[in-house]
Design a protein around this ligand. Structure first.
Ligand code: ADP
Length: 238
């Protein structure tokens, strides 16, 4: 049961003001697409929630918990990147089970969970392979399985499909959407792709120049854009 909240989050890198004062609330169990052009601050916002960057000021909450000062591993989040970041020397099963292994989960329980998530992502037949023996789509499924194996409170994805070809991207959009509907996690999905955001998400948050322009369900973003930037960016200019 975890909403995600950004409260007055400011991020500067030296003289560069990347997030101006981000206020954003994602309701429990919902899928939010964080949409905007390259360089607008999407990844920085995600990394601050994950604990990979600290905000210059402001706070982030997951559920009731202020996680601003917590280490990444204490935040109950899982993150999937475009690069997959699988461990090449480990088998698929070991990759998926790794987040459980580092937390000391006993082997029997680990095996059960690995089997469950592998079944959901239809990679049960690949458990003994190594990442180099997999296709791009299969690697992405392994990365997703590894992310959800712990039942995270928040599930964060940063352009997870950008390394896949157009056809596979289309298939994986549907798979990720279904996967998130099954999970009880609140999802934030960073993308610069308008179609991806509008077709996958419950809510779309449009960013520009480090500022949130509008957050609304996809249909409202498209039909009732808050300003000229949003209208033009989602392809429905005035
Ligand atoms: P987006 O994900 O929307 O493409 P980012 O959050 O990656 O945007 O980056 C926003 C801005 O912050 C960019 O101008 C980028 O160059 C800058 N930036 C990101 N990370 C760092 C960093 N570690 N040091 C300095 N500048 C950074």
């Amino acid at each position: 049961m975890s909403s995600v909240l950004y409260k007055n989050v400011v991020k500067n890198f030296g003289a560069l003001n990347v997030l101006r004062s981000l206020d954003l609330a994602v309701p429990d169990h919902k899928f939010l697409a964080l949409l905007g052009p390259s360089g607008c601050g999407k990844t920085t916002a995600l990394r601050i929630l994950a604990g990979l960057d600290m905000p210059t000021s402001g706070k982030v909450f997951i559920g009731e918990r202020d996680v601003t000062r917590l280490q990444p591993r204490d935040r109950d989040i899982a993150m999937v990147f475009q690069s997959y970041a699988l461990y090449p020397q480990m088998t698929v099963a070991e990759n998926i089970g790794y987040p459980l292994w580092i937390r000391g989960t006993p082997e029997a329980k680990r095996k059960t969970k690995i089997g469950e998530v592998a079944a959901i992502l239809e990679i049960g037949h690949l458990l003994d392979r190594r990442p180099r023996q997999l296709s791009g789509g299969q690697r992405q499924r392994v990365a997703l399985a590894r992310a959800i194996v712990r039942d995270p409170a928040a599930f964060l994805m940063d352009e997870p499909l950008s390394n896949l070809d157009a056809r596979l991207r289309l298939t994986m959009r549907g798979e990720i959407k279904r996967l998130c509907q099954r999970l009880s996690a609140t999802t934030i999905y960073v993308t610069h792709d308008q179609v991806e955001a509008l077709t996958m998400a419950d809510f779309v948050a449009v960013m520009h120049g480090g500022e949130l322009q509008q957050m609304a369900p996809p249909i409202d973003i498209y039909d009732r854009p808050a300003n000229r930037f949003v209208a033009t960016f989602v392809g429905n200019p005035p």
